[in-house]
Design a protein around this ligand. Structure first.
Ligand SMILES: C[S@@+](CC[C@H](N)C(=O)[O-])C[C@H]1O[C@@H](n2cnc3c(N)ncnc32)[C@H](O)[C@@H]1O
Length: 236
């Protein structure tokens, strides 16, 4: 049920998300610079951008010389990713919770998955598939909503449960109801380590200076408490 609602919400959001993504402070000055700091040298590397949205990460990674393939469940997002990157054959519609049967084992040097895993009730199959399609010693880079932030924001009193939650987003034009799943820190890490990944780095990001001018109130808040969390992990 939530799955369809999430898909529908992103179909409705796609145009304004794409229009704002280059400069929206939480993405441009908080998530992306921090997550990309974990990426390293991707010149000539093959990268899978899982839940790529309108292809902004793909754009940044292509600028760094990577060969990027991206997928997202939202057909509108995929259309925008193709246009943004002038790469009609590099993006396709696919559900992150389903097997990546279109790819052989060991196809990619890196998988990146930014701000999307909280839309899945179960991360296990997704992590198994990320592991399978990565080359040996390939790297997984993810960003997620920080589990402690979500626990407070959603006023939870069931820390250890995977809880369906919802809130209203008003930063993309007309308000939109967004469903997702909140989980413990343990439930963010164990699906990676149980499926063969070695956690390389955990980053509790701080906003970059450009955030301050764009949105001083959230700049202060994010310097006091993190809203997101970034990880890199290696296929053992
Ligand atoms: C917050 S956006 C992030 C987009 C992109 N990764 C970025 O950071 O710019 C979340 C994306 O996840 C996608 N998404 C949500 N659930 C998904 C699923 N089950 N399979 C594939 N994509 C999904 C949405 O359609 C949306 O494009």
């Amino acid at each position: 049920m939530s799955k369809e609602k999430i898909k529908q919400a992103y179909e409705e959001l796609a145009e304004s998300y794409n229009a704002l993504i280059d400069t929206k402070p939480h993405n441009a000055y908080y998530d992306r610079p921090n997550t990309l700091s974990l990426v390293g040298d991707v010149q000539g590397k093959s990268v899978l951008d899982a839940a790529c949205g309108p292809g902004k990460y793909a754009e940044e990674l292509m600028k760094k010389g990577a060969h990027v393939t991206g997928f997202d469940q939202s057909p509108k997002m995929i259309e925008l990713a193709k246009q943004r990157n002038n790469a009609p054959n590099s993006f396709f519609v696919h559900d992150l919770s389903q097997p990546l049967d279109m790819f052989e084992n060991a196809s990619f040097d890196m998988v990146i998955c930014a701000l999307a895993l909280h839309y899945l009730v179960d991360w296990n199959q997704t992590m198994q598939e990320f592991y399978r399609v990565l080359k040996p010693a390939g790297r997984l880079v993810i960003s997620i909503e920080h589990p402690f932030f979500e626990y407070i924001y959603f006023k939870s009193n069931k820390y250890f449960e995977v809880e369906p939650v919802k809130c209203t987003w008003s930063g993309f034009g007309k308000p939109i109801e967004m469903h997702s799943y909140r989980r413990s820190l343990n439930d963010c890490i164990t699906p990676l380590t149980d499926n063969g990944f070695l956690i390389e780095k955990i980053l509790e990001p701080k906003p970059i200076e450009a955030f301050k001018q764009a949105d001083p109130r959230h700049y202060e808040e994010l310097n006091a408490f993190p809203a997101f969390m970034c990880f890199s992990a290696i296929k053992r």
